[in-house]
Design a protein around this ligand. Structure first.
Ligand code: SAH
Length: 211
């Protein structure tokens, strides 16, 4: 049996950075113990893969801090029946976590090189329930809507209106909102009566850009 030398680092990451700060969803914790986060970083940053911060992935983008990936995923309350939309594929790490917990994952990335790299990596890791498209995620993915859950991993001042339109009734959407200086995570839940919006922890994401 081959032993992954990074397994210990992942166990420690989950215990110290994630569980210790209150994330309880065992499926989320399990996915984060399983997925080799170091595969998603460029060679020169591999040693940073399990550190408690966002890390550059090239082309001015970053892979999100492990704790923030866990918090956002927990807020989505995913089940294996769910179809999920992700805006901002980036490294594909969050995409892999979603693919472990949901039935189908549709992910949009505006930078072609990143989207292609992530798609190749996820294919090589064996994921068959992920579809990545190079496009401006502002408009969502109308052909594949509606979604049970939507996650946005780049920050806008206001939520792009098309996204809530692609969320099912009872569906959950998580997104960072704010300016470059001050951002918070928000959870939107779509109900029969309308949309409920709740503010969460302060965060720091790269901006949502437009084509
Ligand atoms: N979840 C990713 C986060 C990547 S950073 C990870 O953990 O690796 C955010 C990503 O959003 C970047 O790759 C950036 O290129 C992408 N992005 C920014 N604006 C976008 C838009 N309008 N549509 C789709 N992707 C966008």
């Amino acid at each position: 049996m081959t032993v992954d030398p990074y397994q210990k680092l992942r166990e420690r990451m989950v215990a110290h950075q994630i569980e210790a700060r209150g994330v309880k969803d065992q499926r989320v914790l399990g996915a984060m113990r399983k997925i080799p986060r170091h595969f998603f970083l460029p060679e020169e940053y591999i040693e940073e893969a399990y550190s408690d911060e966002p890390v550059p992935i090239g082309l001015e983008q970053t892979i999100s801090q492990p704790y923030i990936v866990a918090v956002m995923t927990e807020l989505l309350a995913l089940s294996p029946k769910h179809r999920v939309l992700e805006v901002g594929t980036g490294s594909g790490y969050q995409t892999a976590i979603l693919a472990e917990l949901a039935g189908e994952v549709y992910s949009l990335e505006i930078v072609a090189e990143l989207g292609k790299r992530a798609a190749d990596l996820l294919t090589s890791l064996g994921y068959k329930n992920v579809w990545i498209k190079i496009a401006d995620g502002y408009n969502g993915w109308a052909e594949m809507a509606p979604f049970d859950a939507i996650i946005v991993t780049a920050c806008a001042e206001e939520l792009p209106p098309p996204l809530l339109g692609q969320l099912k009734n009872g569906g959950r959407l998580v997104a960072p909102l704010g300016t470059e200086r001050e951002q918070y995570l928000y959870l939107f839940i779509r109900t029969e009566e309308g949309v409920v919006k709740k503010r969460g922890v302060p965060v720091r994401f790269v901006p949502l850009t437009r084509q």
